[in-house]
Unconditional design. Structure first.
Length: 105
C-alpha cells in the first residue's frame, strides 16, 4: 500500500488544503479553513486526530482560530506515522509544480 499526505497553505491565506491518499485514492481531504467539510472515501477517518489537534470537525464547533499549517503538519504525521522534527521542517522548503497530481488532488 502506498500512502501520501499533502498539506499546503498559510495561516492567513486561502487555498490551504489537506489531502490524505492511499493506493491512488483520496481517503480524506479538506480545506484547512473549513475542516468540517471533508470529502474522500473515508472522510471521517482522521476526525479523532482533528479533534485532538483543535481542528473544527462539525457544524456544532464554534469555529477554529488555531494555526492551520502547524495542525496540518501534525495531522500528516499522525496519518502516516512519519514524524517531522523541527530540524526537518526548519530547512529550506522543497517546492515545485503540482500539475502532475491533478487526478489525485
Amino acid at each position: 500500500m502506498a500512502a501520501a499526505v499533502f498539506a499546503a497553505g498559510s495561516d492567513a491565506g486561502s487555498d490551504a488544503g489537506f489531502i490524505h491518499c492511499a493506493d491512488g485514492r483520496v481517503i480524506a481531504a479538506f480545506d484547512l479553513h473549513a475542516c468540517r467539510t471533508r470529502r474522500g472515501e473515508g472522510p471521517d477517518r482522521l476526525q479523532a486526530h482533528q479533534r485532538e489537534l483543535g481542528m473544527e470537525t462539525s457544524y456544532e464547533d464554534p469555529g477554529w482560530a488555531g494555526a492551520p499549517t502547524a495542525a496540518a503538519l501534525a495531522l500528516a504525521g499522525r496519518a502516516t506515522g512519519v514524524h517531522l522534527s523541527r530540524a526537518r521542517y526548519a530547512a529550506d522548503a522543497l517546492f515545485g509544480p503540482t500539475e502532475h497530481l491533478a487526478p489525485y488532488a
